[in-house]
Design a protein around this ligand. Structure first.
Ligand SMILES: NC(=O)c1ccc[n+]([C@@H]2O[C@H](COP(=O)([O-])OP(=O)(O)OC[C@H]3O[C@@H](n4cnc5c(N)ncnc54)[C@H](O)[C@@H]3O)[C@@H](O)[C@H]2O)c1
Length: 264
């Protein structure tokens, strides 16, 4: 088990990719602090994952809003006080807000940036400070997206935030290298989660559009993103830092479309 005796904190862990990452690290022997702004869903997820943890003590949930510095600090402090160290931090929480560039309101732009970009900064800084204090090095994985690179006209702050995460990850890697802390990002393509459903359910042709741009011919699975996240967090990636690793079924490599069968 690659993460035995390691302590992992995951933000936005109540569902989707964050939940998948928490489960993956638990299966690999880690002690995991699940955090999310949705406390009810987070507690339910923690209950559901209890059987996967190596011991009942290896899993905790705490409410955390990543856009609130004090809330993030509390979560990091809880991880360290519960298990004595912090080895891995997965900054995963994010939201979407669909509105065209010409229409989006300033407060919606600010809200998405506060969660999706400032939240990654706050999480990474608090986690890195704890890792420096613990003195064991560590690994931070920021959840980015193919939208760090390819844009959508109606996901303005989302795309801006993901582009920002790419540079933030590099800055973190440079700053933290001397402390033995690595910082990388994962860039998922289209993964079958509630976030994706919320984006494509309003447009009946959207699923087909997504698949026509995905050489793998299917949506990605949460476990496939968790596996890449765990790789970057693991000692197997000990010489990898400052990188964004895209797990996108070939999406970014494609400069055309692929045929998609009609629905039955
Ligand atoms: N699903 C995809 O296709 C896809 C593609 C590329 C990147 N991603 C990225 O993967 C990550 C997870 O996406 P997902 O599809 O699992 O989303 P999701 O909407 O299913 O889950 C996101 C979780 O974050 C939590 N959250 C929202 N605001 C928060 C806040 N302020 N503080 C703490 N938690 C908060 C939500 O309660 C939820 O549990 C995001 O960073 C997203 O941008 C997803």
């Amino acid at each position: 088990m690659r993460f035995e005796h390691r302590v992992v904190l995951v933000t936005g862990a109540a569902r989707g990719i964050g939940r998948g990452c928490a489960e993956y690290f638990l299966r690999e022997g880690a002690s995991v602090l699940l955090t999310d702004i949705d406390a009810d869903a987070g507690r339910e997820t923690a209950d559901a994952l209890a059987s996967v943890a190596v011991t009942p003590d290896a899993l905790r949930f705490v409410h955390c809003d990543v856009s609130d510095r004090a809330s993030v600090q509390q979560a990091v402090d809880l991880a360290v006080s519960s298990w004595g160290r912090l080895d891995v931090c997965v900054a995963n929480a994010a939201v979407v807000h669909g509105a065209d560039f010409l229409d989006i309101e300033e407060e919606d732009f600010d809200r998405v940036l506060d969660i999706n970009l400032k939240g990654v900064f706050l999480t990474g800084q608090a986690a890195a400070r704890a890792m420096v204090r613990c003195g064991n090095g560590g690994s931070i994985v920021n959840m980015s997206s193919i939208n760090a690179d390819v844009a959508l006209p109606n996901q303005v702050p989302y795309c801006v935030a993901k582009g920002g995460i790419q540079q933030l990850t590099k800055v973190m890697a440079l700053s933290l290298a001397e402390h033995g802390i690595r910082a990388n990002a994962v860039g998922p393509g289209s993964i079958g989660t509630e976030m994706l459903e919320s984006v494509i359910s309003s447009d009946p042709a959207a699923r087909k559009k997504v698949l026509s741009r995905t050489p793998a011919g299917r949506l990605g699975r949460v476990e496939e993103i968790a596996a890449v996240t765990a790789f970057l967090a693991s000692d197997e990636a000990s010489y990898v830092t400052g990188q964004t690793l895209y797990a996108d079924g070939g999406r970014l490599a494609l400069n055309y479309t692929v045929p998609v069968p009609d629905d039955d």
